[in-house]
Design a protein around this ligand. Structure first.
Ligand code: PHE
Length: 494
């Protein structure tokens, strides 16, 4: 054993340990005994001494069980079985139909199975238990189990642990390694002369090299394989980082960005895009109409143009939709339901200048919030307008975009939008499955001709959150916006 190669921290640690040959030193004791505050230094010194046979290292792993998202929300609002049982005990009509009205579908379905397993079933059309005391006991044991977390795995009842392991996202385990060090007889016999700390050079400077001092200096060795803590630095939210990456890809592909207002008229959001005025997506259930401004005045000649197109196709050769056209409907204020409203306005202002534009921005639809839907989300929208632009070019552009995002397998399928012909659906292969990410197509003459647009326009609109779910491997879209710090810290740099 060569003690002359000892590094300063190893010298200090060994010197301290020589004072007490029978003691097992914990990390905290080493840190305070050596007057260090960097765990990595202590762990590194312990490792070095261990390799030289001067100390023996003991490691023990402790497993702690903590709550994950499902468990946390159960702790907050009560276990599903507890809420169901409470409902059964207090409801006048504890039957299946009322259950389905009182609980959301994602709870009612699994809830019935949960109840069955704790002895609650349908008896003559009503939920009841043979042994209510037993049901309550199970429920309170389960709730108590959750409220005791975090706890070490040994302290928990194995049966309960198994139960919650089987429930999705309820609990998770975390291992922590604890080390202690004890001096060996070889360590004890190292002479104290060798344990005097030396001046160490950890940074090579021009001054050091110009002087002669480097000849006798001791250089601090770096061990890049050592574990160290991850620094907690500020960083972009994954959504922001993803938007930035998408922006860069489109800029790289020669597109310019278009940033426009959320507040728009039904005229531009829908009429200009030849969406019939009685289209179901225009209903209050799908679109957020505004009280203020309730009405936004549009030029009469513009509405006249749309009116003609909608009623009989005007000069475009189209038959239009027939029926009536209301200028009041056109002038209604709304929150844009898609970013296509901005591309069409851009084209109306620049009808004959070839262009490639994109937008990554927020849109609004009256959706109930669930695993895959949000009422506010983002679209990745783009257009190419130039002479000779064609379907092949559209498909290639979309493929190139997704390829740059890391998804080389892209396919398109026929679809329908009132404003494009042909219309496509874009799908990307992810974990062996095809996922629909957006729509695309070539604007119809009913859209382009009244605005005097001279070249073919290729257009697409894709969901950003859907893409984020692929990139981050999520199965719940809400995770993107709940500001879960622990989750945010552990996200990959996009
Ligand atoms: N606007 C469409 C949507 O919101 C997408 C789309 C854009 C389709 C452009 C065709 C052309 O889903």
């Amino acid at each position: 054993m060569d003690a002359s190669k000892l590094l300063n921290p190893e010298r200090r640690m060994l010197k301290m340990m020589q004072k007490d040959e029978s003691k097992s030193w914990s990390l905290e004791e080493v840190l305070s005994g050596c007057d260090w505050n960097d765990q990595a230094v202590a762990v590194g010194a312990g490792l070095g001494l261990s390799n030289l046979g001067f100390v023996e290292t003991f490691e023990s792993v402790e497993t702690v069980i903590k709550l994950s998202s499902g468990g946390l929300s159960a702790l907050d609002s009560g276990l599903l079985e507890a809420r169901l049982w409470n409902w059964i005990s207090t409801s006048k009509t504890p039957d299946m139909a009322t259950l389905q009205q009182s609980f959301e579908r994602h709870e009612a379905g699994p809830g019935v199975g949960l109840l069955k397993r704790i002895g609650v079933g349908l008896e003559g059309g009503k939920f009841s238990a043979q042994d209510p005391a037993k049901v309550e006991e199970i429920i309170s044991k389960r709730s108590e189990f959750l409220s005791n977390l975090p706890a070490t795995v040994e302290s928990l009842e194995p049966e309960m642990l198994e139960h919650f392991k089987g429930r999705r996202d309820f609990i998770e385990s975390q291992d922590t390694t604890t080390r202690t060090w004890k001096i060996t007889s070889d360590g004890l016999s190292v002479s104290s002369d060798l344990l005097v700390e030396k001046e160490m050079v950890s940074e090579i400077t021009p001054e050091l090299l110009q002087s002669e001092n480097w000849r006798d200096a001791e250089f601090r060795a770096f061990d890049v394989t050592l574990e160290s803590s991850t620094p907690r630095t500020g960083r972009s939210h994954p959504m922001q980082a993803l938007i930035e990456r998408i922006r860069n890809i489109f800029l790289e592909m020669g597109f310019s960005e278009l940033v426009e207002d959320y507040v728009q008229t039904a005229g531009w959001n829908m009429d200009a895009l030849f969406i019939p005025q009685d289209h179901p997506a225009r209903e209050m259930q799908d679109t957020f109409y505004l009280d203020n401004p309730q009405k936004m005045t549009l030029p009469d000649d513009l509405m006249e143009l749309w009116s003609k197109i909608h009623i009989d196709g005007g000069d475009t050769g189209s038959l239009g939709w027939g029926g009536k056209f209301s200028k009041d409907i056109s002038q209604k204020g709304l929150l844009r339901t898609h970013t296509t409203v901005n591309t069409i306005q851009y084209l109306a202002d620049n009808p004959s200048k070839a262009c490639r534009m994109f937008t990554v921005d927020r849109v609004f639809r009256k959706e109930a919030i669930d695993r895959t839907h949000l009422p506010e989300f983002h679209q990745i929208e783009g257009i190419i307008m130039e002479e000779g632009a064609n379907l092949q070019m559209l498909v290639t552009t979309l493929k190139t975009f997704y390829e740059k995002m890391g998804y080389p397998e892209v396919r398109v399928r026929p679809a329908y939008f009132p404003y494009t012909e042909p219309s496509l659906e874009i799908e990307v292969k992810w974990r062996g499955k095809w996922l629909e990410l957006g729509g695309a197509g070539i604007f119809r003459p009913e859209v382009t001709e009244p605005l005097g647009i001279t070249h073919p326009v290729l257009a697409w609109g894709m969901g950003l959150e859907r893409l984020a779910m692929l990139v981050l491997g999520l199965d719940d879209i809400r995770q993107l916006y709940i500001s879960d710090l622990e989750w945010l810290r552990n996200q990959p740099i996009i």
